[in-house]
Design a protein around this ligand. Structure first.
Ligand code: PEP
Length: 247
């Protein structure tokens, strides 16, 4: 399943914003249009992703390097799955990008690895760009590196790592939405270990903000960031796109 690391060609860094349960349909539209104009005006070609709430998805007219994605969807086209959306609803807006395995879905909404793998395989079979999230809770981190890596490898159960449209995001659970950022050496260690086994773009996520973004992007094997809280303000997100574009 896992492949040896191959020579990585230096690539532009990626930046992604996860809105979680924030912004309205109206403010999302303004946000996306603002970011899109900024990318055009500044001639920025880095891959930028925005994951709005399901109610704010729309057919946005954007530059090719700005993609809108779903934070979550069920592994189905349509049917009787109250509260869920499927590919029929995503197709309406041309959405072809999805976040899978986010820590809040795993640990707050209780998604199991089996359910996550089903979702992954369904969206893989439909050719979606998948940002697949992994990361350990605090008690696992405190148990040590072997335990942490063991926990992370289990999050790859049932996941085809050879899939072309796969981006990984390492997001330690204890650093998400808490303001606590992982130490540079911790990020470097985990990213090196993951990259050794899996040759895919690897983002870091967990309390990234304008003041720590550059330092994080300078860490070897960090190919970009997935950002929640500090990305919800459009001016701040544009500042972080700017920083990312210079790396
Ligand atoms: C996230 O939602 O993926 C995330 C990293 O959130 P925050 O930046 O708020 O920690």
């Amino acid at each position: 399943m896992m492949q040896e690391q191959s020579e990585q060609i230096a690539k532009h860094k990626i930046i992604a914003s996860n809105f979680k349960t924030n912004h309205t349909r109206k403010s999302t539209k303004e946000f996306v249009e603002n970011v899109n104009k900024f990318l055009q005006d500044e001639n920025i070609t880095n891959e930028v992703y925005i994951f709005p709430t399901a109610t704010a998805l729309n057919e946005f007219d954007t530059v090719s390097n700005l993609s809108l994605g779903a934070q979550n969807a069920y592994c189905v086209k349509n049917g009787s799955f109250t509260g869920e959306i499927g590919t029929e609803q995503l197709d309406e807006f041309g959405i072809k990008t999805i976040l899978i395995g986010h820590s809040e879905r795993r640990h707050v909404l209780g998604e199991s690895q089996k359910e996550i793998a089903l979702k992954y395989n369904y969206y893989k079979s439909h050719g979606y760009q998948i940002i697949y999230c992994i990361g350990e809770p605090l008690e696992v981190k405190e148990a040590g590196l072997t335990e942490t890596l063991g926990y992370i490898w289990e999050q790859f159960d049932g996941i085809d790592l050879d899939y072309d449209n796969l981006i990984l995001a390492y997001e330690p659970v204890w650093a998400i939405g808490t303001g606590v950022v992982a130490k540079v050496e911790d990020i470097a260690t985990i990213h090196r270990k993951i990259k050794k086994k899996i040759d895919k773009p690897l983002l870091y996520g967990g309390s990234v903000k304008p003041s720590n973004l550059e330092e994080i992007l300078n860490i070897e094997n960090v190919d970009g960031t997935l950002i929640g809280t500090s990305s919800w303000d459009v001016e701040q997100f544009k500042d972080m796109i700017s920083i990312t574009s210079k790396k």
